[in-house]
Structures are given as C-alpha cells and as structure tokens.
Design a binder for this molecule. Structure first.
Ligand code: NAP
Length: 560
C-alpha cells in the first residue's frame, strides 16, 4: 500500500493492544513484531510517510555516516539479501527508499496514520490503559504505549532577536523542504557547524553566489572517503551477514570493528602517526578507535586532536581561516564526531567566508540578514543548522501523563530517569525505544533499536502470557541504573568540564547538564538486558489483575 493509499484509510480504531508513536526505523520494526505476535497495533506518524530522521533531514549533502551495509535492518534475511546499497555512506534519498522498500515488503503502512502528531497520552490507573490523543482528533486506548520517537527528531531554532523581522527565506536542516531548495545565485548564511552543517556546507557552496558560515564552536571532522560500493564487496558482505551482524551486536559501537589493544601513549610518535594516517585515509570515524584510551585519557586524546589540526593546516590554504577551524577547547570525540566530504576544502573557495561568532556573536536578525557586534550581512536565505533538543525533546514535547497525572516533563525536569532507557517509573506500560540511558546515539542506531524492539516485544509476549496488567520499573532499580549511567560516563572524557555537547543537553538553554546516553557499549548493554530478562525481568514490577500496582509517583524519582 502506498503512503497515499494509506492516507485514504484514515479511520483509527478506538482501542488497540499497542500504540506506536513514530514510523522511523524503530516504529517500523515494532509494527512488524507486534503484528506477528497477534497484537492489534495503531501507529501515528507526523510525516506523510515512513522514514523518521530520513524523512525530515533532506538538506543537501545529507547522508548516513555509519557504513550503509551495517546501518540497515538485520531481522529479515530476505530484505537483507534483496536490498543492495550503492555507496559506502548512502545519501538520504537512498536510505528513505530503503525504508519505503521495507514498508512495502512488510505492508506496514496499513497500521500507520500519517500526518498526525500525538499531542497527549494519559494513563488511567483504574483500567491500566493509556489514552492517546492526536492533533487529528483521534482518541485511542491501548494496553501498551511504545515511544519510537527518535533521539534527534525535535529540531531547534535558537531564540534570536529579530527572528520575525528577517524577510528572506529561512530553513532548518532538520525540516528541509521536500521539493529541495535552489540556492543558485543566492547569498546564503548558515548558522552552525555540527554534523548537518558540515555535510550541507560543501553542497550549498557549490550553488550559492556566496556562502557565509557562522561558526560558534569549531568541530573535529574526519573525511568520509565515501565511494561507490563494488558489487563484489556487497556480495561478500551479504554472504557473511550472520557473522557480521552478530559481531555488531556484541561490539562497543554497534558495528563490526577491530578492538584496539594499545594505548596511544605506549607507542612511538611514528607508530601513532602511522595509525592515525591509516585511519584518516581509510575514512569514517575509525580514527577514534585505533587506541584504547582516546576516549578516556586527555593526553592520549590530544595526540589524535593534534593530528586532526595538522590536517586542517594542510588542507586549508588561508592560515587565518585554518586556525579558526581548529578545535582546541574540548577533547576530540566528546562532541559528536563529524564525517565529511570536502568540508575543510570548501573554505578554499572564493565564495565562502567563515565568521567566528564566539568572538563576535550574532546580535540579531535584521530585515535584510543579520548583524554581529562588528558586521552587518545581507542574505537571500539563512540556513539554521542548529541541531535538536536531543534524546528527551521528542518525548517531553508530548503531554505524557502517568500515574497521578504527573507528566514526564516534570518527572525529568532535573534530567531523564529511566531503567535501561526502556521505561520510566510512574509511567506504567510505556516503553521507549533507544531512550535516554541506553547506548542509542553513541552507537550504530539500527543495531541498538533492533535490540530494544526485540527486548520490548519479547517482554510484552511474556507479560501477556502471565496475564500481567501493568508493568513499570522499580524505583530503586531505576535509581541504580541512573547512577550506573552517570558513573560510566564519568570514566570517559565526555563529561569533562570543557565539553558542551548535546549529549549533555548543553545546546538547549536551561536543559539540565546530564550525560544522557549509556556509554558502556552496545555489547555490554545487551548482556545487562539479557541478564535482566534471564532473572525474570528483575527491576520491573509486574501487577496481576486484582492486585494493587506497586509503583509510586513519577516525581519520587526526582529526589533520588
Ligand atoms: P548540532 O551538532 O547540535 O550542531 C548545531 C550547531 O549549531 C553547532 O555548531 C552549534 O554551536 C550551532 N549553534 C546552535 N545554536 C547557535 C546559536 N544560537 N548561535 C550560533 N551557533 C549556534 O546539530 P546537527 O549538526 O544537526 O547534528 C546533530 C546530530 O545529528 C549529530 O551530532 C549527529 O548525531 C546527527 N546527525 C547525523 C548525521 C549522519 O549520520 N550523517 C548527519 C547530521 C546529523 P555550538 O557547538 O557552539 O553549540
């Protein structure tokens, strides 16, 4: 069924076993699994088709920066064998096409209502059911509510003075027009130099009359060394998928990768340089994994950072611009590493200017463009590549009311509190896929989300077999998990005082400084989940009919 056909069948049931929020990779797999278990499912999706991240992020240059052969579903052997990726890091249109292929193949769209945003979800303690209300007027009750809302789906415009006064075109990379944008002959400004900007800047520069880049924090970016995939390589991967996928499941980052054995500090300078150069030439993020201690030891980390700065000097012709592009203030890898195609090279173009807005901040948008303290700029278009309210934003923007009417937003006011990133105390029967407290954004997302979907659906099957009517994490188990997530994070440089990353919520004014993902690794996390399941799902409180639910208010977690 096409998206258009699915849209015509808008009537939603008033009651289902499970409501799934979101139809990106996670929501798609959930629908498939839940249906196979014989449950009735209703999914809601704001976009007009499946895709999630890849439906919205259509900015020029958008592509995956996990290898495509690994950034894909592993659960269906036919899909795995039928689909062939064309490039090492496939572009957004190809990833979206893949998701559409999967949706067609598994006939997923018949359970999804598109163009519909979930506005509110309310838990009724007397029935142990959720009522889900949408902006299209749906009211659906369900036994299980599963949030497949994505980690980077709530795009953020900064609160700048004069936003409404600017008369030109305004774009956000995360909400890109589907018909595309032609910047030919235009004067364009782009704000931000994160992963999205670093992919978009080289492409926009090729079209625009002039591109002005407003950089607040320089980023470490590694060359993708992207290339077309040789069909022989693709065939070899397909033949070896079972082993490759299994290796990914037990790896640190959700990809089959060699495990480093040496410290960056125990080898000679020549050996270190050779290892970094090999990784640089090989492309992608591998450079961060060539030694054991780049993520944990400042001195080791600095050797990698210095290697990167030297490459910027080699690539960028104007020494003053090269200097501006070099990150010095935070360890490499502690803000999400960027992967680029010709990013630094783009600053050698005559039609590109770099402005340091840390030194000379943007004061306001004007009718013609924008003004920093020292300069005025005129633009036909301004692109905001200013990121997302990551990990929690998509969840807290829905009015989720758990036990006693407490909202998730209030319960997480001092930072997200979850058990294994899967559930939050006070919100019975509500699961999250790749929620805060799970490896999620620190891993190859498809590996992590498959593990979550499988854990949740397997658990639901067992709960139903036992006749359980309500389940939620024990408060102590949740508190212990939050402590574990924090303790593991402290062992890495990610929480160093110098770091202001979106992992820490630092990009959203007022958001508490809490390291949100679990950094202990995908394999370690999987083992913990497997152990929890093997120990009769320890840490989850299950309520049978007639018994009183053992939970307390969601706000109880606040004081822990
Ligand atoms: P981001 O990494 O949060 O970058 C936002 C940029 O905007 C930063 O350079 C930030 O500066 C700047 N900024 C924000 N507010 C500003 C303001 N008021 N004034 C000036 N500058 C401002 O967002 P993103 O680039 O969209 O990437 C987010 C994440 O999405 C990535 O880290 C990655 O996980 C994912 N992503 C993945 C891919 C991929 O797989 N290929 C591609 C794109 C994105 P500061 O650094 O100073 O805050």
């Amino acid at each position: 069924m096409s998206a258009a056909q699915a849209k015509q069948k808008q009537a939603t049931p008033s009651s289902v076993d499970a409501v799934v929020v979101g139809a990106g990779f996670s929501g798609m797999y959930l629908i498939h699994r839940l249906r196979k278990m014989g449950l009735s499912v209703q999914a809601f999706e704001t976009g007009s088709d499946v895709g999630g991240t890849w439906y919205w992020n259509r900015y020029p240059g958008a592509r995956c920066d996990s290898d495509s052969v690994h950034y894909s579903f592993s659960f269906d052997k036919d899909i795995e064998q039928e689909w062939s990726w064309s490039e090492r890091y496939s572009p957004q249109p190809e990833i979206l096409k893949y998701q559409q292929f999967v949706a067609d193949k598994l006939d997923l769209r018949r359970n999804i209502k598109f163009d519909t945003r979930v506005a509110e979800t309310v838990f009724d303690e007397s029935t142990n059911k959720w009522t889900v209300t949408t902006d299209a007027g749906d009211n659906v009750t369900c036994r299980y509510l599963i949030m497949a809302t994505g980690c980077l789906s709530n795009s953020r415009m900064p609160d700048m003075k004069g936003m409404d006064s600017y008369k030109g075109d305004v774009y956000h990379t995360g909400q890109w027009p589907h018909e595309g944008v032609d910047f030919t002959g235009k004067r364009v400004g782009i704000i931000g130099t994160g992963s999205s900007a670093i992919q978009a800047i080289p492409q926009i520069a090729k079209q625009a009359k002039h591109l002005t880049v407003f950089q607040r924090t320089p980023n470490y970016s590694l060359p993708a060394q992207n290339h077309k995939l040789d069909p022989e390589y693709v065939a070899e991967v397909k033949a070896n998928y079972p082993e490759l996928r299994e290796a990914a499941r037990w790896s640190a980052g959700g990809m089959p990768r060699p495990v480093p054995t040496k410290s960056a500090l125990e080898v000679s300078a020549e050996e270190r340089e050779a290892a970094y150069r090999k990784a640089w030439e090989g492309g992608g993020a591998d450079m961060l994994g060539v030694f054991t201690d780049i993520a944990t030891n400042k001195e080791a980390n600095e050797t990698a950072a210095e290697f990167m700065r030297a490459r910027i000097d080699e690539i960028v012709k104007d020494p003053a611009v090269a200097e501006m592009l070099k990150p010095y203030d935070y360890p490499i890898g502690t803000k999400r590493i960027c992967i680029d195609i010709d990013y630094f090279e783009t600053y050698n173009r005559d039609n590109v200017t770099l402005i340091n807005v840390k030194k000379d901040p943007i004061q306001e948008l004007t009718p013609e463009g924008l003004r920093t303290g020292e300069q005025e700029f005129e633009f036909d278009a301004i692109v905001f590549a200013t990121g997302f309210d990551a990990m929690t934003g998509a969840l807290t923007s829905i009015n989720i009311k758990g036990r006693g009417g407490d909202t998730l937003k209030e319960a997480w006011a001092a930072g997200p509190r979850t058990y294994l990133g899967l559930m939050s105390h006070g919100f019975p029967n509500m699961f999250m896929i790749t929620g805060p407290g799970s490896p999620s954004v620190l891993s190859n997302m498809t590996t992590s989300l498959e593990q979550h979907v499988e854990f949740v659906t397997d658990y639901i099957e067992k709960l139903d077999a036992k006749g359980v009517v309500a389940v939620e994490p024990d408060l102590k188990a949740q508190d212990d998990w939050v402590d574990t997530v924090n303790e593991v994070a402290k062992m890495s440089l990610h929480t160093d005082d110098s770091v202001n990353s979106w992992y820490l919520g630092a990009n959203v004014p007022g958001k508490p400084r809490v390291f949100m993902p679990y950094i202990g690794g995908v394999g370690a996390y999987r083992q913990i989940c497997n152990d929890v399941a093997a120990n009769d799902y320890e840490g989850f409180n299950e309520t049978l009919p007639g018994a009183t639910a053992q939970g307390t208010s969601a706000m109880a977690g606040q004081s822990a």
